[in-house]
Design a protein around this ligand. Structure first.
Ligand code: ADP
Ligand code: MG
Length: 477
């Protein structure tokens, strides 16, 4: 296949990953392969029917949108299962862009001119997805769960969203920052959606990237006038992921836009992954202007908040999938163990939902533990000692610690020894050679073999996986 396609495919995947988040991406899209791109059709294969039907029913449009952002000519995606036999039996599916969404030309500023016209023509425009920064209608204030870590950010966003035209602007800009997956985009989109739904004012939501490739280039070209017109019609400018704003020109344009909006009494809302003072690549004047409004940090989601978010998500999912039921015990497990960021919580639920839909089996603790293993927060690494691992494993399998260290090769010793080595590798920071030494002077390749062996067994042997979980939890008590 031509290299151009490869490169384009990499960018399509990059977009998709950025849009759906790492957890969702790796659950569903990591094993996609591009078969070919011909005329208007991108042919993509996945290894299983399960993946195919899931992508087809949940992400078909999104996948197409990502393609179109890179290659406007692509109007069809053919998704197939990567086995010749099955492929022949499975019809491919195709999605076409919704008729109402105008076809986009990504070349030059033509694309952009269209957008500017639509912005001034209708306040609904930001809601249609045109390859850039579409609004997700689910990211509303109603679906945002408020807790200790985000009270202020939520209150300030709500204030901005419900202000009336002509009200004094209370804080400008509103600057929200936090680590990844803690709700910045959710709040920003909620602000834009709310304002546009109320209809009195107009909001424009842009990622910094979009600002760079869209607005900045329009400003530099003859469309600058149209752009200024459009901007004049906007009451609230919402810019997400400001840390990605790069390049002198873009920064100058942004600075100019920021100043003229703020000086004109219009609201600016910004999100980034760090406070304004730490946006090193930005000009000092922009940083201080950004810091001059209200700067709010969203903290880590606490366990309680995680649980509430999960419960709300399950409720929402049940509207479309009435059979989907997640026992309280499982919700508790996810909120306790899955990493604290909202994206992984979402990824975790999506997986359970997929299982529930495709297998019609009830969600149990066992299933959750098996399916979500890779999302479980890394454990505290420093404290567990190798002697302790050997002691606990020996006791559990009823062998002696010296058996584990010996050269005996009987099955009842070999497996516990491998498990102990595996735990030593995963629960401590010790290197393979060091672990080898501590297990009776074995070679590091022996340790590596043991680790790989146990990893592969965990994937297929639920009993073993459960035993190892028990051992881990004993070691971490
Ligand atoms: P960020 O932009 O900070 O990286 P997002 O806004 O994309 O994070 O949030 C990641 C996921 O977590 C989204 O699905 C979002 O809806 C969800 N999420 C985060 N915080 C909350 C919250 N307080 N209530 C409900 N959902 C949340
Ligand atoms: Mg974000």
């Amino acid at each position: 296949m031509a290299e151009i396609s490869d490169e384009c495919w990499t960018r399509v995947k990059g977009r998709l990953r950025a849009e759906v988040g790492e957890a969702v991406y790796s659950s569903w899209f990591a094993r996609m392969e591009l078969e070919s791109v011909e005329a208007n059709t991108a042919r993509i294969s996945v290894p299983t029917l399960f993946l195919k039907s899931w992508i087809q029913s949940h992400y078909a449009e999104r996948l197409l949108t990502c393609w179109q952002s890179e290659r406007p000519a692509v109007t069809r995606i053919d998704l197939s299962v990567r086995s010749a036999a099955i492929r022949a039996a499975q019809p491919t599916f195709a999605v076409s862009p919704p008729a109402a969404v105008p076809h986009l030309e990504k070349r030059d500023t033509g694309h952009f001119r269209h957008e500017i016209k639509s912005i001034s023509a209708s306040n609904l425009v930001v809601q249609d997805s045109r390859g850039g920064s579409p609004l997700d209608p689910r990211l509303t204030f109603e679906s945002f769960v408020v807790g200790r870590s985000n009270t202020l950010a939520h209150a300030a966003s709500k204030q901005v969203a419900t202000a009336r035209r002509g009200d004094p602007v209370m804080f400008n800009p509103l600057y929200i920052h936090s680590g990844v997956g803690l709700g910045k985009t959710h709040l920003l989109q909620a602000v834009a959606l709310k304002i546009n739904n109320l209809g009195e004012r107009k909001a424009l939501y842009l990622t910094a990237e979009r600002f760079m490739y869209g607005f900045a280039s329009a400003l530099r070209s003859q469309t600058a006038l149209a752009f200024k017109d459009a901007l004049r019609g906007i009451d609230v400018l919402v810019v997400d992921d400001l840390q990605f704003l790069q390049g002198k020109n873009s920064q100058a344009e942004f600075s100019h836009t920021l100043n003229s909006l703020i000086d004109g009494g219009r609201q600016v809302v910004v999100a980034a992954d760090r406070p304004p003072t730490e946006l090193e690549s930005l000009d000092e004047r922009i940083r201080s202007r950004l810091a001059g409004g209200l700067v709010v940090e969203i903290g880590l989601l606490g366990e309680e908040l995680r649980l509430e978010i999960l419960s709300a998500r399950v409720q929402a999912a049940r509207a479309h999938h009435p059979g989907f039921d997640v026992p309280a015990q499982v919700l508790g497990y996810i909120s306790r163990t899955v990493t604290h960021n909202g994206r992984d919580l979402e990824g975790a639920l999506n997986r359970l939902l997929a299982h529930s839909k495709l297998t019609s089996q009830p969600i149990t603790m066992e299933l959750a533990e098996r399916e979500l293993r890779d999302l479980v927060r890394p454990v505290e690494l420093k404290r567990v000692r190798i002697e302790e691992i050997q002691r606990i494993v020996a006791r559990h399998y009823n062998v002696s610690r010296s058996d584990l260290l010996s050269s005996r090769r009987t099955a009842n010793v070999v497996r516990p020894r491998q498990i102990a080595m595996y735990l030593a590798k995963t629960l401590t920071l010790r290197s393979l050679p060091e672990i080898g030494r501590r297990f009776g002077g074995r070679d590091h390749t022996t340790v590596l073999h043991a680790v790989r062996k146990i990893e592969s067994l965990i994937g297929v042997d639920n009993t073993l996986a459960a035993e190892i979980e028990v051992l881990k939890s004993q070691l971490q008590e």
